[in-house]
Write a protein that binds this ligand. Sequence first.
Ligand code: SN0
Length: 314
Amino acid sequence: MRHFTSVYDLPNLSEALNTAREIKNNPYGFQHLGRNKTIILIFFNASLRTRLSTQKAAMNLGMNTMVLNVNQDGWKMESELGVVMDGDKPEHMLEAIPVIGRYCDVIGVRAFASFESKEDDYSEKILNQFVQYAGVPVVSMEAATRHPLQSFADHITIEEYKTKARPRVVLSWAPHPRALPQAVPNSFVEWMRQTDYDLVVTHPEGYELDSRFMGDLKVEYNQDKAFEGADFIYAKNWSSCSAYGEILSRDMSWTVSSQKMALTNNAKFMHCLPVRRNMIVTDEVLDGSSSIVIDEAENRVYSAQTVLKMILEG
Ligand code: SN0
């Protein structure tokens, strides 16, 4: 594997899950792979778990790690081609990316949807410039349309907690004060569709995810119905994809509460974090025994480490 930007980059998903399991049992078993190798993590957006878990994963493999927060510490970067650079951005990606590539063996990059142009976001303009100009392998640490390291960790977590071969996994929209990207739900659906789970997606009208992620999966618009018999509730807010980046609903009846969880088959509660308490989910559910969000976050180390191991092995 050279680059990692979606589930489709993995040569074999079930082998990748086995590797993640092996790494979790023996995290320092592959330290020789990263000797004298450097990863640079580039952040255009804020991060807690992604930064720390990816650094930890790289260190577990014996790699050296460097971090750059572009918008705070670096020159602001221009991504438009052919522009007159008379604005506030002193450096073009066309130079910055290959220069960074010369300083390392792997680049991790986080660049959220900008919401300025759906076309730019959905064509992964920034991520693809990294892939094109880096000269070294590139790992997505959440791009405009996907967050594959998160989805991989989600998959590892479901495998650990499932009590039947084919669990009912429900992705539910929930309210939020800000307009958030579709990357996490897109990626979750795309990833889950690669495995034989009973996947259900529920959200209010207007929040339909792009068909390239949903495929032929039908939406259940009734959240209560979606929750019936669920083994996993995966809550997430996202903004509208059709009315691009808009908030169409603030309906607090979509908040995941104990009453909602009572409709499920004793489901586990999941969220990628950071989570807005008493918007997305009530304190009672998040602090209760069904919540597995901390284990889910721990598994971010093992999803990243599996991906980096595969890249280091070429
Ligand atoms: C990001 C998102 O894509 O939804 C990252 C999730 C891993 N989440 C946020 O930006 C949350 C910000 C907020 O204001 O709650």
